[in-house]
Ligand binder design. Structure first.
Ligand code: GTP
Ligand code: MG
Length: 216
């Protein structure tokens, strides 16, 4: 039985590598869309809503692990059906209203289909995690067909990103079972970051309104 499973997974990996071309293209499409929006916004409003953009393809190992966790067979169909974040883009903004600007601008594009939206800004996770997640489909034009391809977009502030990377490291180190006091401290940090973000936003708006008055 075991001997049969291995060649199967190998076949799936060969097919998956062909699929990677599609997901890599989807990352480029979304990356370009975001850059265009940022450039236009900068031109009109004189500032960048986007601090920076990161993108990645999910590793084969994490794809396999996720399928096992979900208890489904390792097939190319299941990869496409059950894994929303093969192509992942992270958009880091300076201020929280920038997050909603990006969400609105991306969601309203004609060729983008929003499959899921999760607002962990309004509804933070119990551990304190705050971000906005979108799962979208973007059409990829190949030589003989068009394939709508899924991309996960995570949008958060610089400060929230700092928190999320530390939390992620700790989560892995303790395999999801970090000691209670560490979880409490992380939650405190998350709350401080939410406070910091709102305070920095207030300062920024104050300064912008003074500058606007000066230029009148
Ligand atoms: P998966 O967790 O990816 O299976 O999907 P889900 O249905 O739980 O989706 P969700 O939108 O909650 O999370 C998607 C991704 O967001 C994760 O894979 C992480 O990259 C990120 N994320 C979600 N929650 C947390 C969190 O508590 N801490 C950190 N650091 N990242 C998180
Ligand atoms: Mg999750």
């Amino acid at each position: 039985m075991k001997e049969l499973e291995l060649p199967d997974v190998k076949d799936v990996l060969v097919e998956y590598r062909q699929m990677q071309l599609l997901y890599r293209s989807a990352l480029k499409e979304i990356g370009t869309k975001l850059e265009i929006l940022n450039d236009e916004f900068k031109f009109v409003h004189k500032y960048n809503p986007i601090e920076h953009i990161e993108s990645r393809l999910k590793s084969e190992e994490s794809i396999m692990r996720k399928l096992l966790r979900k208890g489904v067979d390792v097939t190319v169909e299941n990869i496409q059906k059950y894994i929303d974040d093969i192509a992942g883009v992270r958009v880091i903004c300076s201020f929280t209203p920038d997050i909603y600007r990006i969400v609105d601008m991306i969601s309203s594009q004609d060729d983008i289909e929003v499959l899921k939206a999760k607002d962990y800004m309004i509804n933070p996770k119990p551990n304190g995690y705050r971000s906005y997640h979108l799962i979208v489909k973007v059409p990829i034009f190949l030589s003989d067909k068009v394939i709508p391809t899924k991309v996960e977009i995570q949008i958060r502030t610089v400060a929230m990103d700092f928190w999320a990377s530390l939390e992620h490291k700790i989560y892995y180190k303790y395999e999801g079972n970090a000691p209670e006091y560490i979880r409490t401290e992380l939650k405190e940090c998350a709350d401080m970051i939410a406070f910091l973000d709102s305070k920095m936003l207030a300062i920024n708006e104050e300064v912008r309104s003074i500058r606007q008055e000066d230029s009148r």
